[in-house]
Design a protein around this ligand. Structure first.
Ligand code: AHR
Length: 868
């Protein structure tokens, strides 16, 4: 059959199966053919694609791999399929697309668009309790004024559901095969043969798709620009002359919380990281489900070992210390010799003569006194510290003792050796350095906490991230499980594939914020789990049942009472019992984390927001607008924020250095009458995910634009903060560490320079360059802020070019003529791929119009006080 005949026959099919209700489309004089399809090779993961043709024979694709809408159903990555998308235009000229999601569930996907460019939220109607929903087809029935969605199943039975509003559907009813018009056309595209649908659209419509794709490709090419290709891009570029002047009359106040930090428990950031506990799995609560059964060694005995003869170990749960901590070990000893040991996280690092607090819960299961030895031991068997303990209590009793090692150790272990015959139960075996950050009990690892403190973060967002909304409804982070005595806290699976002991809980987070002078910014799930969590198998987001939402909201109100309430209030009392009678002065609370902005989300977020606004107008609620700087979640999130007048929204975007370079005007364009912005997560990502001078300088460049927009951007935090080497699920991070060392990245240096040199008033200025080419201009940035506390002016200058800049700056608004002013000059520079560059500071004097050289690929910071 010739192509022409094929096309004609299939066009006929098209008329039968998806005839547009409004015939205008078909008679437009300048109409062309539009082919809609998805790529079966990748199960449609590149989304709904288009090609166009004047004659249905010669086709041009509109973007080879870039769909105009992609499926967002199911778990991360592979499940997000778009199988046989079926697209029609409804009577109101809106487009509606349905597609098959998988071959297991009775669910299909639906999404609508007015212009084929912007696609609204997707919905995933469930058509039956069981069965499958294969190759759904949508059409509009003019007589019934109803959309009919017809599909088949594995047994080739046919069913139909109907809807008028895409929110409510009739129950699926069996129909005959005649009612099902699944007639795809096969078209020969330059990229191969594809099956899909033919449509006729106006040339204007097709041109808009082509233009959108061209713009997208143009932006992508700019985003891909990196220092690796600078030699070609800037071949022959000479040193640039520049002059910088300021407009002091346009000085404006900016946020005093601009640069902060975001802590999420991923990459072992909490247990095995910031949390000072040295014993791994101290309470025998690791579970196979923490890793979804993928690792059989990840069980209640993980990190524990019984060696030697004379003692049998049983994992028990008959009479636990607390119901939230059900497992413990029962040691039955006939004669001494066996040792129960724990080697912490890659061994326990110890410092000679430092004190370590050992504690454990013990119980004599049979009468009499039970003696046992406790030792810290090197891998070669050398004993570093030892003590004898005993108990005759037949109830759980906490024993505490200090151990002081007689030598340094990189990777010691803790040993417990029962001496007495009989049965001894053990749980909550814990070892902390006495020297925790600020010497807090149950405290934080001092070197990591100090590195965070050195950033001078004005706020700390915690405890996530995706960790907060969790992997499914049962995994939503519940703050109440994380406070109170350690043995009563309820551990949980960490959706990043490990375990949360909750030893680092809400009290410790608040305490840490106070210790480092950071405003606490807790984030609470918006009543929905992660959009990728696929609740109940292959499903989608889901939400806390509406009848349970009041209790969920009460938990959030209780959190505010816990943080700020009087010490005699129900929850304030618990804070006081934990050792902090004074309030923590909570002012911000994030609701949601880059969630899928669906009806399910909107209903729950609106309920929480209304309750918080009513009960706590003094608290600034931070909404969420998805995981990107554009797209459906971003647009819909902002729509909700606008309609509810949410005071602030949390934006997230991880982008290439090129994106940060070319989008420095991102917030210049923001309407100042809308919600303020918390840029809660951002980082420059290069292929291979390094943190180097290039990524750090592109972040620095962007941060100068954040300072410029500090009137609308209230807070910003790089993400993620911490990663334990060898346990890193996500790169890049700001701080890497192992058991003994902390490694600070180039990105860290930039954050620290901004954090330690924040200002609260911004003065705009103009930079004149001797070379005004766009690619040159966008790689040079500056900002001038005043620290109103010290009265210092802080000038930040970024040069992301491979050549130096000779800069003359007019500082006459702040420095008198003919005077020399003391200043600190800091330069951070290196080759773009350098991962170890460090800032170097020196004291200098500057005059009113200093001339300075900005080295290639550099960040120069001048801090001075001209007394004006
Ligand atoms: O920062 C790492 C992750 O990135 C966060 O958990 C999530 O919010 C984002 O997708």
């Amino acid at each position: 059959m010739t192509l022409r005949i094929t096309a004609l026959i299939l066009l006929l099919n098209l008329g039968l199966s998806c005839k547009p209700a409004n015939a205008r489309t078909w008679i437009t004089a300048d109409s062309i053919y539009l082919f809609s399809y998805a790529q079966p090779q990748n199960s449609g993961r590149t989304g709904l694609q288009f090609a166009w043709s004047r004659d249905a024979q010669h086709w041009k694709t509109i973007g080879d791999q870039s769909g105009f809408v992609r499926s967002d159903y199911g778990r991360w990555g592979a499940q997000k399929k778009m199988i046989t998308p079926w697209l029609i235009q409804g009577p109101d000229m809106s487009w509606h697309c349905v597609w098959q999601l998988n071959s297991e569930e009775p669910v299909f996907a639906l999404v609508s668009s007015k212009d084929l460019l912007y696609w609204g939220p997707q919905s995933y109607p469930k058509v039956a309790a069981t069965g499958t929903c294969l190759h759904p087809v949508i059409r509009y029935d003019v007589s019934q004024k109803t959309y009919l969605i017809t599909y088949t199943d594995k047994n080739r039975h046919y069913y139909q559901v109907q809807t008028t509003d895409f929110k409510h559907y009739t129950a699926a009813k069996p129909v005959s095969q005649d009612a099902y018009h699944f007639a795809q056309v096969e078209v020969h595209l330059p990229t191969g043969n594809f099956k899909g649908q033919l449509h006729k659209v106006s040339w204007k419509q097709a041109a808009a798709l082509i233009a959108a794709n061209d713009l997208n490709e143009y932006h992508s090419a700019r985003d891909r620009e990196s220092a690796a290709t600078d030699p070609a891009r800037f071949a022959g570029l000479k040193t640039i002359d520049a002059s910088l002047t300021f407009n002091p009359d346009q000085t404006k106040p900016i946020s005093n919380l601009l640069i902060g930090a975001f802590f999420e428990d991923l990459n072992y950031a909490a247990d095995g990281g910031l949390y000072g506990e040295l014993i791994q799995n101290r309470n025998f609560e690791y579970r196979l489900s923490d890793k979804e059964g993928r690792d059989t060694t990840w069980n209640a005995m993980h990190s524990w070992q019984l060696t030697g003869q004379g003692t049998q170990l049983k994992l028990d749960s008959v009479e636990p210390i607390h119901v939230n901590n059900p497992h413990y070990v029962l040691l039955t000893t006939q004669e001494p010799g066996a040792k129960l040991s724990n080697n912490g996280y890659d061994g326990i690092p110890l410092i000679k003569n430092a004190a370590y607090d050992l504690s454990l819960f013990v119980k004599s299961v049979d009468p009499g006194k039970h003696y046992f030895k406790v030792r810290l031991v090197n891998p070669d068997g050398t004993v570093l510290a030892t003590t004898n303990l005993n108990t005759s209590s037949t109830h759980w009793k906490k024993l505490e003792v200090k151990l002081i090692p007689n030598a340094d150790a990189k990777a010691a272990r803790l040993e417990l050796e029962p001496i007495t015959k009989g049965k001894l139960a053990l749980d909550m075996v814990s070892l902390f350095p006495e020297n925790t950050f600020h010497h807090r009990k149950n405290g934080l690892r001092a070197d990591i906490a100090s590195a965070v403190a050195d950033l001078h973060p004005k706020f700390l967002r915690f405890p996530g991230g995706c960790l907060v909304h969790g992997d499914g409804l049962g995994n939503i982070y519940r703050w109440k499980n994380t406070i109170g005595p350690l043995e009563s806290r309820r551990p949980d699976r960490n959706l990043w594939g490990y375990h949360q002991s909750m030893g680092l809980g809400y009290f410790e987070y608040f305490q840490f914020c106070e210790d480092i002078g950071a405003q606490p910014v807790p984030v609470i799930a918006a009543g929905v789990p992660c959009q990728n969590s696929a609740t109940g198998g292959g499903g989608q987001q889901g939400g806390i049942p509406i009848d349970q939402m009041p209790a969920y909201i009460q938990d959030i109100l209780d959190l505010i009472e816990y943080a700020n309430g009087d010490k005699n209030s129900t929850w304030g009392k618990k804070r006081a019992e934990a050792g902090h009678p004074a309030p923590f002065n909570l002012k911000y609370i994030g609701i949601g984390n880059e969630d899928l902005i669906s009806d399910v989300f909107e209903i729950r977020f609106s309920m929480i927001y209304a309750a918080l606004k009513k009960a706590h107008p003094e608290i600034t609620v931070i909404g969420t607008v998805g995981p990107n700087s554009d797209g459906t979640d971003y647009t819909e999130g902002w729509r909700i924020a606008d309609s509810l007048q949410v005071p602030m929204v949390d934006e997230h975007y991880y982008k290439s250095p090129g994106w940060f370079i070319y989008n420095q005007d991102f917030y210049d364009k923001y309407d100042r009458t809308h919600s303020k912005v918390y840029l809660g997560e951002y980082a420059a990502h290069l292929p291979g995910k390094p943190v180097n001078v290039e990524t750090a300088l592109s972040e620095a460049l962007y941060l100068t634009s954040i300072e410029r927009n500090g009137d609308i951007v209230h807070m910003a935090s790089y993400a993620p903060l911490l990663a334990r080497e060898g346990y890193t699920d996500w790169n890049p991070n700001l701080i890497y560490f192992n058991g003994q060392q902390v490694h600070l990245t180039t990105g860290y240096q930039v954050q620290k320079l901004f954090g330690q040199n924040s200002g609260y008033r911004y003065t705009p200025g103009q930079l004149q360059l001797s070379n005004e080419a766009e690619k040159v201009r966008v790689r040079v940035g500056f900002s001038m802020v005043r620290d109103t506390v010290s009265g210092d002016q802080i000038l930040k200058l970024i040069n992301l070019l491979p050549v130096a800049i000779d800069l003359t700056t007019d500082l006459s608004p702040w420095i008198k003529p003919n005077s020399n002013v003391s200043a600190t000059k800091t330069i951070f520079t290196g080759a773009p791929t350098d991962k170890k560059a460090l800032p170097e500071s020196k004291d200098v004097t500057i005059e009113q119009k200093p001339v300075m050289k900005l080295p290639p690929y550099s960040f120069t910071l001048i801090r001075f006080n001209g007394g004006m």
